[in-house]
Design a protein around this ligand. Structure first.
Ligand SMILES: C[S@@+](CC[C@H](N)C(=O)[O-])C[C@H]1O[C@@H](n2cnc3c(N)ncnc32)[C@H](O)[C@@H]1O
Length: 250
């Protein structure tokens, strides 16, 4: 969706076309992204995730959903780190939530927050059918006050093994201030959209969409802050729209 391409060479036209498709991949070729999806992602995608992806595709805001390759990555990550207590900020219809819930053990838990319950309820029947709804504690409303309550309750300090942040980008640094206390040492926070459709490298006068330009400055500020934060190790991955993994070390 980044619209920072103003010239019309064949290669750049291809980039524009690729980005306009809106699947959020940062790869510079449709064919390569399609290859990844068709070879490694779709054939192994759990049936409920496929069903939820197809329901979400019909929703007018479907651009917000986590892409299937990133869902596969999150599912694997949760298993690799043996996460049990997790949190998600920004649920939409629940694709990343389902990817996480399916990966958790039977007694695993996700505290999931979104200001919009209606979209969550679109995906909820699929989550229920998949037999993982009991792992989810959905909280409707803005995430920040919920995090503040957790900060005030010592029980939640160092409680979470994994936290996925995919909500309002202008609050990411406010979230980070709190989440760093709530994730355990050795646990992981994943910040989504940290390459922001590639706009992080757009020149100042690039014709970006209004919302891309607005949030870009927050993303740039977050990326700098994460890189300078001695309490975490980081890994910036160009999966989906860019995801930065932060492993708490102190
Ligand atoms: C990019 S979508 C999340 C996509 C989701 N992770 C998925 O896999 O489909 C961002 C979500 O953040 C929610 N949101 C926006 N501001 C919020 C806030 N202050 N607190 C909690 N959720 C918020 C929006 O309602 C929206 O559903």
């Amino acid at each position: 969706m980044a619209e920072n391409n103003t010239t019309n060479t064949k290669d750049e036209t291809q980039v524009v076309k690729h980005q306009q498709i809106g699947h959020k991949s940062l790869l510079q070729s449709d064919a390569l992204y399609q290859y990844i999806l068709e070879t490694s992602v779709y054939p192994r995608e759990p049936e409920p995730m496929k069903e939820l992806r197809e329901i979400t595709a019909k929703h007018p805001w479907n651009l917000m959903t986590t892409p299937a390759d990133e869902g596969q990555f999150l599912n694997m990550l949760v298993k690799l780190i043996n996460a049990k207590n997790t949190m998600e900020l920004g649920v939409y219809t629940g694709y990343s939530l389902l990817a996480t819930a399916l990966a958790l053990p039977e007694d695993g838990k996700i505290i999931a927050m979104d200001i919009n319950r209606e979209n969550y309820e679109l995906g909820l029947p699929v989550i229920q059918k998949a037999g993982v709804a009991h792992k989810i504690d959905f909280r409707e409303g803005p995430a920040l006050p919920v995090l503040d309550e957790m900060i005030n309750d010592k029980k939640y300090h160092g409680f979470f093994d994994f936290i996925f942040v995919d909500a309002d980008k202008d609050n990411y640094l406010n979230y980070h201030k709190r989440l760093i206390e709530l994730v355990k040492v050795g646990g992981v926070i994943g910040y989504d959209n940290t390459l922001w459709t590639g706009s992080v490298v757009a020149p100042p006068d690039a014709p970006l969409r209004k919302y891309v330009r607005y949030y870009r400055d927050f993303v740039l500020e977050l990326n700098k802050a994460l890189a300078a934060d001695p309490r975490i190790e980081i890994c910036q991955l160009p999966v989906g729209d860019g995801i930065t993994l932060c492993r708490r070390i102190s």
